[in-house]
Design a protein around this ligand. Structure first.
Ligand SMILES: C[S@@+](CC[C@H](N)C(=O)[O-])C[C@H]1O[C@@H](n2cnc3c(N)ncnc32)[C@H](O)[C@@H]1O
Length: 215
């Protein structure tokens, strides 16, 4: 009997949250993506930001002193509990958390100067819809920064998991333009090596940056 692939739901990420920051690869990935955002976007303390699918905040904590208010949003309450504890432990004053799944919940009424999302887009079933929501959530001139896997053969998560198998850059660029974004650019920011029975396979991670340019 073949089993149908299933999505990784909030309960899955709840169960991973306490150990998430123990993984040096996750920590290094967050730092590398943060560095690339720093290079690509003129960050300043007046910028409001949304980190969508923030997990434990491995992307936003390194950037917190270079931004204004940061909304940390995730569908996993377990991940957000860890973020809340880190906010309290570090005395962070410019971060708040929100349990949010933009595929199911109403979008916040707030608007942002920067939306960043790391390794989350492949978990969101409807790419066009989320890009369009991100566009609506940005102020004119605002930046979208998406870090995710380049297109892969499905072996990153394995056949039992129903996610996008990374993204073709040209295709994602086309979808971003269709959602109203301009100045779409890509760079490679990290590579994840995974051991399989057949040997080691590398999975590059891109950063896509784009701007909402309409008035
Ligand atoms: C692979 S983890 C990445 C976490 C973090 N951005 C990082 O780089 O360490 C994916 C995150 O996306 C969240 N997520 C998955 N689907 C989501 C959705 N539809 N809405 C909001 N968050 C989602 C998960 O709960 C999880 O925290």
């Amino acid at each position: 009997m073949t089993t149908q692939p299933t999505q990784l739901d909030a309960a899955h990420f709840d169960s991973k949250a306490r150990q998430w920051d123990d993984n040096p690869l996750f920590r290094e990935r967050g730092l590398k993506i943060a560095d690339a955002i720093r290079q690509a976007v003129p960050l300043n303390r007046g910028m409001t930001a949304l980190d969508y699918g923030c997990g434990t905040g491995l992307l936003s904590f390194p950037l917190k002193d270079e931004l204004g208010a940061i909304l940390m949003a995730d569908s996993s309450g377990g991940m957000l509990e860890v973020v809340d504890e880190k906010i309290a432990a570090q005395g962070v004053t410019n971060m708040t958390t929100l349990q949010l799944d933009l595929m199911a919940d109403p979008a916040p009424t707030q608007r942002f100067d920067l939306i960043m999302t790391a390794m989350t887009l492949h978990h969101v079933p409807d790419t066009d819809r989320i890009l369009s929501i991100f566009h609506d959530l940005l102020n004119p001139g605002g930046y979208l920064c998406i870090a995710d896997l380049d297109q892969e053969d499905g072996s990153f998560h394995g056949p039992e998991v129903d996610v996008h198998h990374g993204f073709d850059r040209a295709e994602l660029s086309r979808r971003a333009a269709q959602a109203g974004f301009a100045a779409v650019q890509f760079q490679t920011v990290f590579s994840i090596a995974k051991e399989h029975d057949s040997g080691t396979q590398d999975y590059p991670v891109f950063l896509m940056t784009a701007r909402r340019e309409d008035a």
